[in-house]
Structure formats: structure tokens, C-alpha cells
Write a protein that binds this ligand. Sequence first.
Ligand SMILES: Nc1ncnc2c1ncn2[C@@H]1O[C@H](COP(=O)(O)OP(=O)(O)OP(=O)(O)O)[C@@H](O)[C@H]1O
Ligand SMILES: [Mg+2]
Length: 232
Amino acid sequence: MLLEIAITGKSYPAPNGGSAPVLGKIAFGIRPGEIAAIVGPSGCGKSTLMRLAAGLDQDFDGRIALDPAARTGIAFQEPRLLPWRSAGQNLRIAAPAATDAELDDLCARFDIGDHLNHFPAALSLGLARRFSLARAFAVKPDLLMLDEPFASLDSAMRRRCCDAVADLVDARRLAGLIISHDIEAAVRLADVVYVFSARPACIIAQQEIAMPRRSRTDSAIREIMAQIEALG
Ligand SMILES: Nc1ncnc2c1ncn2[C@@H]1O[C@H](COP(=O)(O)OP(=O)(O)OP(=O)(O)O)[C@@H](O)[C@H]1O
Ligand SMILES: [Mg+2]
């Protein structure tokens, strides 16, 4: 396993003192080459889980094992670009070993090549998100962690970026954890979809998707989405 999650609980301090449980018992693993998606209601703890999986918050009960040899490429729910560097420099700084051709290829895939000289404050949220997606791939990860990767994109751009992620994942045989409100994106990308309950989140259903990502037709996607909605 590249990533093994065996959480027994996670709480945050409650505003009135005490603690508020956010995650319940959650156990699953991600094998090399496997994409797992998590869908669930807003506020249920999806981003919290991603922060725990990335090792950014150690304050939880249970165990998370991330293969120490695995390089992770992360795109957070808020794009988090360095504000004092141009968008292009943000990519370059994150991936000093990437060639110009590799970065150009990512810029073309995510349609951001015309905005390299803009500073993050001058980017729309959707553009900033696409830069943060390109950055996640630029580091040549073994394991991707993408939190709401297509939020604030219009439907055509959402589809284009989703296809770009699918192509890159397949070409590089990447593993990943993809978090999404949007069940359609989860179904287009994942090998397995985990459905989270409302907070405190636990896995209430899971759906394996055996069909290769790029063979999933729109009607197959709709059918799988309906199956998952029926489970949740
Ligand atoms: N640092 C924190 N301190 C206290 N409470 C927090 C903190 N971070 C998140 N929470 C709370 O924990 C719950 C889960 O938050 P989280 O961001 O993980 O949800 P989410 O499923 O990603 O939501 P969304 O779909 O809206 O992105 C929310 O109620 C949130 O307010
Ligand atoms: Mg979130």
C-alpha cells in the first residue's frame, strides 16, 4: 500500500470548550496505481482527512502510514500559490527538477500558458486552481492528493481539466486521493469511490469502478453516479 488509513477518531476544539468530533472510524488503503475518490456532504471532514493523510495534522486517533519513498503532489481546496511570485514562478519553484518542456506540457493541458506572468492576486479563482493542479503534477508525484480540484471551473473547463487529470494519471500510472463534492468528477477519475456520511464522517458506502477511466462513456458515468447516489 502507498497509503494506509486507519483512523479511529479526529476532533477539533469546540468554540464553547470541549471538543467536536469530525471524523469517526475510517479505514481504507491506496495501492500503487489506484485512484480513490471521496465524496460526501459539505463540512463532513473530507479536507480534514486529506490534511491528516498528507501528514499536515498529527492530532488524531489511529494510524496513517504513507510510504516514505512516495512523493506526493498536493492541490489544496484553496489554491495556495505564493502571492509574491508570478504564477509561472510558482510552478518553477515547486518543481526545480522539471524541464521547461514538461512545464509547458502541463500548462497546455490545463490551459494556463497565457497567464504565467500574472501574480496570483490577478488570477481568477479558477485559474489559480488550474495552476495549483499543474503544480501538483509538476513535482512528478507517485501519489496525488487533490481537494476539490475542479471547483470554480465552468463545465467545459471542468471537463477539460478532468480529462487532463485522467490522461496524466493513466500515462504516469499514478495513485491518488481525490476529494470532490462533484460525484461526476469522482466517477470519471476513480477506481474506487468512498461515500462519507455527515460529520463525524465514516465510510457509508463504496463503489469499485472496473471500467478503464478513458473508456467511461457519458452514459456509463451517469449509470455509476446513479448507483452511488442510491448507495449514499
Ligand atoms: N482548524 C479547525 N478548527 C476547528 N474546526 C475545524 C477546523 N477545520 C475544520 N473544522 C470543522 O471541521 C468540519 C469539517 O471540515 P472540513 O473542511 O474537513 O470539511 P469538508 O468535508 O472538506 O467540507 P467542504 O465540502 O465544505 O470542503 C467543519 O465543521 C469545519 O468547520
Ligand atoms: Mg473541504
